[in-house]
Design a protein around this ligand. Structure first.
Ligand code: HEM
Length: 130
């Protein structure tokens, strides 16, 4: 793989994905340790709501309302969807009894990965323009 492509896109992606997975496993571990694993049942819905709220960025980008800067809403999209994804991963845990659950988790991870790559592309494009 081209060296600069590796450092620009693949390496940050790897680090972010590792951080997300380690944080999810740690939260799941703590919940199980304190016998609070039942909380995980509700984290799925909560994470989904956070990701849905993060789409306010799309509405702002299309100027359906004009208050606030698009940059701030993009940051909101990034952070809310990262936190939402972690909560959904904790909810999923490793209790998979069917193909659909695995598929949903893989799709979520692919979504997050594409967002992280998109973030790197935007950052590098802004640097090149400067
Ligand atoms: C469940 C996870 C995610 C979903 C479903 C999702 C979905 C989307 C969608 C639908 C758009 C298009 C917005 C539009 O044009 O209306 C978008 C854009 C974008 N997302 Fe995400 N995203 C997710 C996670 C992330 C994460 C984790 C990041 C970064 C850390 C991220 C960064 C971006 C960036 C940089 C754009 C492009 C903004 C632009 O050029 O307008 N996303 N995302």
């Amino acid at each position: 793989m081209n060296k600069s492509l590796f450092f620009k896109y693949f390496f940050p992606l790897l680090i972010w994905m590792l951080i997300i997975i380690i944080i999810s496993i740690s939260i799941d571990f703590v919940l199980h340790f304190f016998q609070l694993a039942w909380i995980g049942r509700y984290l799925g819905s909560f994470g989904t709501v956070l990701i849905a709220i993060s789409f306010v960025y799309s509405i702002r980008k299309r100027e359906l309302f004009k208050s606030g800067s698009p940059k701030t809403f993009l940051m909101l999209h990034e952070y809310l969807s990262l936190v939402g994804a972690v909560l959904i991963l904790v909810h999923a845990g490793i209790h998979y009894n069917g193909h659909l659950a695995w598929l949903a988790t893989i799709m979520l991870l692919l979504n997050v990965a594409s967002g992280i790559i998109g973030k790197s592309i935007l950052r590098n494009a802004a640097k090149r323009l400067k």
